[in-house]
Design a protein around this ligand. Sequence first.
Ligand code: GLC
Ligand code: CA
Length: 560
Amino acid sequence: MTSLDTSALSRNATPGSEWWRSAVIYQIYPRSFADANGDGIGDLRGMTARLDSLATLGVDALWLSPFMVSPQKDAGYDVTDYCDVDPIFGTLADFDELLAAAHARGIRLIVDLVPNHSSDQHVWFQAALAAGPGSPERARYMFRDGKGQHGEQAPNNWESVFGGPAWTRITEADGTLGQWYLHIFDSSQPDFDWSNPEVQEEFRRILRFWLDRGVDGFRVDVAHGLVKADGLPDYFPRAAGDSMGGDTDDVPYWGQEGVHEIYRDWHKVLAEYDGDRALCGEAWLPTVEEMAKWVRPGEMQQTFNFGYLMSDWKPDTQRRIIAESIAAFSAVGAPSTWVLSNHDVVRHASRLALTAENPQGHGIGPDSPGKPIPELGLRRARAATALMLALPGSAYLYQGEELGLPEVIELPDDARQDPTWFRTHGERYGRDGCRVPIPWEADAPAYGFNTTGAAWLPQPPEWAELARDVQTTDAASTLAMYIEALRLRHAHDLGLGSVEWLDGYKRKVVAFRNGDVTVLTNFGKKPLELPEGARVVLSSEPLTGSAVPQDVTVWLTAAN
Ligand code: GLC
Ligand code: CA
């Protein structure tokens, strides 16, 4: 298998200008992107067939959520074979074809790696169940005896991120009730024991398998969870609804010091390869300073800026999180990253107009309080995206946000598939609302997701107007704004630029300069008069006069 071999991509950049420092990375959620064989689930060949539209959009790289062999209990985040493609998505040959097609268009590709846990169907876990307590097979996972006279109580009080206990008791091979195993997520996702050298070696092998095929890097799932505090102490969350990050920095399964050793090791593995391969960590932590620990020299290249994603649509909050992020990441020599949506959160075209608390992962549905007004959500989402894409560093986009897709709120209960929905007995809707197959053509079956009309989650009728073909011919569409923002971002080299805050504007206006571009977002009711002599090169809404209305971002350059 060859490594990077295409002239469309630079190989090794000079330090400081590596591709991942400024890249716009588009997340493909494979089951919902494009379905080539018409079974209702997106696949690799569907992606290859639709690649030109992503080249037109102007993204630098793709991140693919998991497509490896999996029983799909958690949409592929439950892996049974890390080095092969699940038949519902295609074959390794399909993957190679996609990778080559992306590289030929100058687009890099990173894959999702899930090292915290496997599927319970993984051969290692099945062997662990069969082998019995104290065996080397059990030592690859977190098996413990229960508490209480007969081991009938879980080893500690931890709760699953998806709801319910984080421990499940097994029945031993002889039919008796036996040990318990830890699963920070669903019971079908047993946690590995990362203190075991065999686990460490297996993941080095998996990294090399994909690096040898030519991938440009990895998004590392639950990167903050691999190491658990010694003795597995009980944990009492301070805030209700605390899930992926915790409200404090002392959660015994998040952000333990030991995880960093793992990524220092992986850094060395990637460094054996050419082409500036990169690791991006999914580490939900309470502050950007905590997040920055993942990208210290010799560790990962990037980490998701969830502090930014979770920030309110308020001028003070936005200014603060942007400044804090740049300070915290620069302090360790890393680029800041920016992200507004992904497959785990309420889409930002809805989230930014919610009027009630919405903890990450809970989702919204028909009975949720504070449901957003769609027009307001979209207006804010466009302004937020235009603000984000003007920032230096690397930005992540989630498929469908370029169409302004909202969260799907009215999904029928019997269509829902997120384990959160089942584990909380419907108390939390979970994440299905941001995972609905995306619309391509207004008049085609399943809006062009495939040719049969099948879709693993039903698409709402109002998505016809949001289909890509409709937006392609509309200069005022959300898609047109994304394409123009990405073009200008490249032309003005904003990704490698810097933020210089501008004085002289009202508190309700976020104002900064990045290189030769001035960026203004008006959060206030009062329209903001454009500065004298400015030329508007981008606006998140069509402007009618010489003023910027509420919830609009503009990019300006000097008139000549
Ligand atoms: C990450 C993924 C999420 C998944 C979980 C368990 O948070 O983004 O989708 O459910 O890990 O693997
Ligand atoms: Ca398919």
